[in-house]
Design a protein around this ligand. Structure first.
Ligand SMILES: [Zn+2]
Length: 395
């Protein structure tokens, strides 16, 4: 198979050429020479190394209790729809993922997904590393069952056991959150990141901070030389939006305009490692009644990236790094740059065709998006997953 068009190199340079890949879905050649191609993308399209989302809740486990919210099949379809070519699945399911048997059962369920899924394992007071798992998730505030730490002392005791792995941490201080569960103040995040940075340094553990929502938190993570991610919702919405739309509720919450603008500035400067969605589907009925925290965002990853490029003038080099290269490295995938020998996973964005987000275009089972009625300045034209081509009907 040969695709032709403008593609983006690791250095963020736009080049024209033809990319060939074999039946196994491996890139075999990249050339600027003229010749035959199977698909020629328009001059308004850009071929990126496939986007990778390291923070997803596809919900499904062997209890099937949450399958009404999402499952691996629908999450995979939402990923393809949003230009996401691989994702990491979080362990806070009805049966928390803590042991090898949990990981294995979820890996087998995840085969229904159109995109590769990496299953993260949880850490709690009594857990131990699981063979073959390199990415772990820690909750410093309430999650499901006993999959969280109430006391950082317990976390400090467990952390050294995970020295050889990547530990993703949800940083909100448990005591502050218990005291103020509605507001979930910024200081809860800042305090937790400060403590985690100290522990990471002391025990020499590769810590990654999930969904940083405040400028102060981002600066502390940088100072502590920790990798960290930011979500589309924290880069887009503010407290004012939350007041108007109660569905925009997640943990940590959206913050002030000042925080939002500062995060965009840091992102644009290449000072934030990863863009991750924290895709957390709940049905619209649930959101309109009990309103559990979390919003679905896999479907809108690509259009949101188009917004970063066109509206916020984020350089292509930063996009390649934060959406493809850095997250691929964290998950240990053979993708993230367009090079011979890498997986033929690509996200093709059309930056000349705006798209208005509507319920009808979504593939998530939850069936709604916090970005509904918002028009992004570009759309996903095709998602190519290890050589398998999915072209968008709406292209
Ligand atoms: Zn999450």
């Amino acid at each position: 198979m040969i695709i032709e068009g403008f593609y983006v190199t690791e250095k963020g340079v736009k080049k024209y050429g033809r990319i060939s890949f074999n039946k196994k879905g491996i890139i075999t050649d990249i050339t600027s020479k003229k010749g035959r191609s199977d698909i020629k993308f328009s001059k308004y399209s850009l071929i990126f190394p496939g986007f990778v989302d390291i923070h997803v809740h596809a919900r499904e486990d062997r209890t099937k209790e949450w399958n009404y919210k999402e499952d691996f099949k629908t999450a995979g379809e939402a990923a393809v729809n949003g230009g996401v070519t691989a994702f990491m699945e979080m362990p806070n399911t009805p049966e928390p993922v803590l042991k090898s048997e949990h990981v294995k059962s979820r890996q087998s369920l995840a085969r229904k997904s159109k995109v590769p899924v990496v299953i993260a394992c949880g850490i709690n007071k009594n857990s131990r590393p699981v063979p073959g798992v390199n990415n772990y998730k820690v909750y410093l505030t309430k999650s499901v069952g006993d999959l969280y730490f109430e006391d950082t002392k317990d976390f400090a005791r467990q952390l050294p056991l995970y020295r050889n792995y990547r530990v993703h941490v949800h940083c909100e201080d448990h005591k502050i959150i218990e005291w103020d569960p509605l507001e979930r103040p910024a200081k809860a995040e800042v305090k937790a990141i400060r403590e985690v940075a100290k522990l990471a340094k002391k025990h020499k553990v590769k810590v990654h901070i999930c969904h940083v929502s405040t400028a102060a938190g981002a600066k502390l993570a940088r100072k502590g030389k920790l990798s960290f991610e930011v979500t589309p919702h924290h880069l887009y919405f503010t407290i004012e939006d939350r007041k108007k739309d109660p569905l925009i509720k997640m943990n940590p919450p959206v913050r002030t305009k000042k925080d939002r603008n500062e995060l965009i500035k840091l992102f644009k400067a290449g000072k934030i490692d990863v863009l991750a969605t924290d895709h957390a589907p709940h049905t619209l009925d649930e959101k309109q009644s009990a309103n559990p925290s979390g919003v679905p965002e896999l479907d809108t990853y690509g259009p949101f990236v188009a917004w970063l490029i066109k509206e916020k003038k984020v350089p292509l080099k930063i996009i390649v790094n934060a959406c493809a290269n850095a997250p691929s490295k964290i998950l240990g995938l053979n993708q993230g740059t367009i090079k011979k020998g890498m997986d033929a996973s690509f996200t093709v964005l059309n930056l000349k065709k705006p798209i208005k987000i509507t319920k009808e275009m979504l593939k998530t089972k939850s069936g709604w998006s916090p970005f509904e009625d918002i028009t992004f300045p570009g759309r996903v034209e095709a998602t190519i997953v290890r050589g398998k081509i999915y072209r968008s009907k709406a292209r």
